[in-house]
Every structure is written in C-alpha cells, then in structure tokens.
Ligand binder design. Structure first.
Ligand code: ADP
Ligand code: MG
Length: 224
C-alpha cells in the first residue's frame, strides 16, 4: 500500500526556474528510501511539498498518514534550552486535537521511543549540552513521536563524523526492520547512506534521474 503518492509535481520559487519539474513517485509501507542528488537538485523542496509545507504549482500529492519530519539542520535547534525528555515529548503535540496537555499515552510513547533510541537513561540532560550526533538522535525521536508509521529526514547526518553517521543509519535501519517504520531520508552521503536503504531515488535538476534498488544504482558510472 502506498503511504505517499507524488504525481507530476512542479514547483518553482518566484522568479526562478522549476525546482521540481514533473516529479512522480510512490512510497510504500515498510520502505527505506534514500533520496540523493546534487545540491540544488530539489530534494528539500520535494520533501516540503510532500509535507504540505509548500503547494505544488502543478500535479498532485496524496498522503495517507501523518508524517514525522526532521528538517535540514538549523542553528536554533542546537541552542534549545530544554531537556531531552521535553524535546522528545513535544513531538507528540501534533496528535492533540483539543488539549494542550500531554496525556499518559504521549508519555508512554515518548518513553518507548527514548528507550528504542538509547536516550532514556540520559533523558534529563539538557539538549544544548549534547554532541551533534546525540542532538540528531533526539530530534529523530521527536519526529517519530508524531507518528509511528512514516518519517522524512532531510540530511540527518550533515556535519556529523562518519562513525556517528553510520550509527544513525544503523538506528534507522533497525527502526525500519523492527518497528516497521517507513523512512524517507535525504542524504548526500551517497556511498554510505545507500547501503542501509531498500531503494534509491536520485533527483537531478528537479527531475527523477534514477528510481530503483540499491544494487542497480551507479554513482558516476561505478556500480554501488
Ligand atoms: P536540495 O535540497 O536538493 O539542495 P532545494 O530543494 O533546496 O535543493 O533547492 C532546489 C532549487 O530551489 C535550487 O535551485 C535552490 O536554489 C532553489 N531554492 C530552494 N529554496 C529556495 C527559496 N527559499 N527561495 C528561492 N529559491 C530556493
Ligand atoms: Mg536540501
């Protein structure tokens, strides 16, 4: 079953050429999709359209489930003066219809996700005192609290050491396999990231250049 359906989507920022130029793709339940492509190829724009943060100029996007989201990194995130527990718990807020208070269910969810991601023991630590890799882990936990079904991560390992990046990929793979979490991950760490996913989508100048299995994907002519 498709969780995300993208049909012939065009998007352009005012006065610029199309950032997305007729993109179509489906994401099915249980997939781990790695979206790659050069800087400016339209990856972040596509993710924002899927999340309904930007409206396509043409085409259609159908999403059948709420999506958790880790945006591309910003400064403000690192200076957040809150504990790990508070940051993770705040991810459940999107599930609230009437109340602004956390429910027992929210807390149970946050606790389970923190345990899954090895954050539970350090949950009282302040977010801004953590290393870059730990902060990303917390923000991924927060995104999962919005949904147990599907998350979009925009360059989750940008600026992290290779060994820490690998830990994050392994963690996502574990969640994908064990918790059946569908993962759509943007990355330009191509050679490493694609080893963990089930499918690669490459964008080039706002178009889908490749969409298929990792084993059929070639970077710069070399088979990966
Ligand atoms: P990627 O995430 O693959 O690096 P983006 O989706 O961020 O690519 O950008 C696609 C194109 O849209 C690029 O040409 C970029 O310069 C342009 N673009 C992205 N964001 C904006 C914006 N806020 N205003 C104007 N142009 C933008
Ligand atoms: Mg981007």
């Amino acid at each position: 079953m498709s969780l995300i359906q993208v049909r012939g989507v065009h998007y352009n920022y005012p006065g610029k050429k199309d950032a997305l130029d007729g993109v179509s793709l489906d994401v099915g339940e249980g997939e781990f999709v790695c979206v790659v492509g050069e800087n400016g190829s339209g990856k972040s724009t596509l993710m924002k359209c899927i999340l309904d943060l930007q409206k396509p100029k043409k085409g259609e996007i159908i999403v059948s489930h709420r999506i958790g989201y880790l945006p591309q990194k910003t400064e403000i995130q690192s200076n957040f003066p809150a504990s790990i527990e508070e940051v993770v718990l705040s991810g459940t807020i999107v599930n609230h219809i009437k109340s602004i208070w956390y429910t027992k269910r929210d807390r149970a969810m946050a606790n389970r996700v923190m345990k899954d991601l090895d954050l539970y023991e350090i949950r009282k630590k302040c977010f801004r005192d953590l290393s870059g890799g730990q902060q990303q882990r917390v923000l991924i936990a927060r995104a999962i609290c919005a949904t147990e079904k599907v998350i979009i991560l925009d360059e989750p390992t940008n600026g992290l050491d290779p060994s820490i990046s690998i830990q994050i990929y392994e963690m996502l793979k574990r969640l994908n396999e064990k918790r059946k979490l569908t993962v759509v991950m943007v990355s330009h760490d191509i050679s490493r990231a694609v080893q963990y996913c089930t499918r690669v989508v490459e964008l080039k100048d706002g178009k889908v250049e490749f969409d298929g299995q990792v084993k059929d994907y070639r970077v710069g002519g070399a088979k990966k």
